[in-house]
Design a protein around this ligand. Structure first.
Ligand SMILES: [Zn+2]
Length: 285
């Protein structure tokens, strides 16, 4: 995946660094809900430190990234994050009525959010309370590797596209459906997650075809990596990796097969209207 060197980047779409407001409420819609527990087991930290509301260490003051065009991504790889966001904003702003931009907040180690404090390594998530996508940019590569898929710009773009999908769901009102506390392959929570995967696929299709988009090309290799990342974050795969066997009743995001099915459905149609995971029993199981 390359970026067009002369295409503009909206540097205001990403804020980097620590600090920020605090508040209550639960973060929803991480790329994989049980990842926190799995990574805790792998890395040996206490998940309560992540999920609790205590004040974590503060990073340097938050600031906008200094990225102007696609050419800046080569100079400063951190510019790839606002590049993904620029593309996503361009697509969704022309697709959703009453559109409002989300912001991405990149951090490393600790950040305070309207959904509480993420005080140690935690997978990417969306907080509806402040309409921000939070990404621990150093950790995301490790996370992908631990789940058995290679870190790449394509895999990262899938993660950002998925979290952006939750923002769209926040605007359409669908996101609240995931808050009933139920789990399992046909639960509302899983349907919300699969729809976010489908939305990521729709965006990839648009980005691959639109000559004005900042994303220059999406290769077959990129597509393979995107699909493999969707496989890696499947609940059954994560459960297998944690060594406890596969228990569909506990699924929060859907199996590898289901996630690949909806990602592909979005990509093949290029139409978000095909992402209605609530009015079908065919969830790709
Ligand atoms: Zn999610």
């Amino acid at each position: 995946m390359d970026f067009k060197s002369d295409a503009g980047i909206d540097s205001g779409s990403v804020i980097s660094g620590g600090g920020g407001g605090r508040g209550g409420g639960l973060a929803v819609g991480g790329i994989g809900g049980v990842i926190i527990a799995i990574i805790a087991a792998l890395l040996g930290f206490n998940p309560a430190d992540v999920l609790g509301g205590g004040g974590g260490a503060q990073g340097p003051g938050a600031q906008q990234t200094q990225c102007r065009t696609g050419a800046d991504v080569e100079r400063d790889p951190e510019c790839r994050w606002p590049a993904y966001m620029t593309s996503l904003n361009q697509y969704w702003s022309q697709t959703v009525n009453g559109y409002q931009k989300p912001t991405m907040r990149t951090f490393s180690g600790s950040v305070q959010t309207a959904c509480g404090t993420a005080s140690s390594q935690v997978g990417p998530f969306y907080c509806p309370g402040d309409q921000k996508i939070y990404v621990d940019t150093r950790f995301v590569g490790q996370l992908l590797q631990q789940l058995g898929t290679e870190s790449s710009s394509a895999a990262e773009a899938y993660i950002v596209g998925h979290e952006f999908g939750h923002h769209i769901q926040n605007l359409t009102g669908v996101l609240a459906k995931s808050q009933d506390g139920k789990t399992g392959p046909t639960s509302n929570g899983v349907r919300v997650e699969l729809q976010a995967d489908c939305y990521a696929g729709v965006w990839f299709k648009w980005a691959a075809q639109n000559p004005d988009d900042i994303i220059e090309n999406i290769t077959q290799d990129d597509l393979n990596r995107i699909v493999d990342a969707a496989r890696a974050v499947g609940d059954d795969h994560i459960q297998q990796q944690s060594g406890g066997g596969v228990h569909p009743d506990g699924w929060t995001h859907g199996s590898s097969k289901m996630r690949k099915y909806w990602l592909a459905k979005g990509f093949n149609s290029g139409d978000p209207n095909t992402c209605d995971t609530f009015s079908t029993d065919e969830l790709g199981q």
